[in-house]
Design a protein around this ligand. Sequence first.
Ligand code: UDP
Length: 193
Amino acid sequence: MEKEQYFGVNVSPMDYEEIIADLKKRIQAREKSTIIAVNPEKVMAAEKDPELMNLINGATYQIPDGVGILLASKMKKGSISSRVTGVDMMARLLKFAADDSLKVFLYGAKEEVVQKAAENIHASYPGIQIAGIQNGYEKDEQKVVNKINEAKADLLFVAMGSPRQELWIRKHMDELHPVVYQGVGGSFDVFAG
Ligand code: UDP
């Protein structure tokens, strides 16, 4: 699907269902996919930072998280008419994982937050397989990579704030085994309630 561009930043004009349907095909083909939430703050940061721009534009899906993107699309007569937020995208992916027996890994946030988030996710998505959790303050990056791979996770959610989480995903994606990667900012705090 053709992407829209705002100040040089790509945005995918797909809704939740379209992204999940597309992901299913990519997972079957064992193609790795990355999801990055786009909001005006990220667009502004990317304008000043070519590396960040590159990173965002290289993702598989740049979801229109911020309402500012909708306004911009409307003004340009684009086709983005509803938000696809990072936290709701994660919720849809959790449901998808539970339904399709895919394993998820939660990496990021403080230890008590990621633990509580996992507990609540277990309760809200019956049958979900949480392959592992890791707080976002482990300095030994290789240890984290090994833990995720040994857990045989299919979907990896990284909640360490932006752009830290996106940079971490890009740095390690070649050696990581999951097929779907989403940087989710403060979403574990939301799931922890
Ligand atoms: N975080 C982390 N490791 C770090 C820094 C932050 O795991 O080294 C976590 C933090 O505990 C919080 C999440 O990242 O749960 C989001 O942080 P923040 O609100 O700063 O990011 P934003 O949502 O504003 O991008």
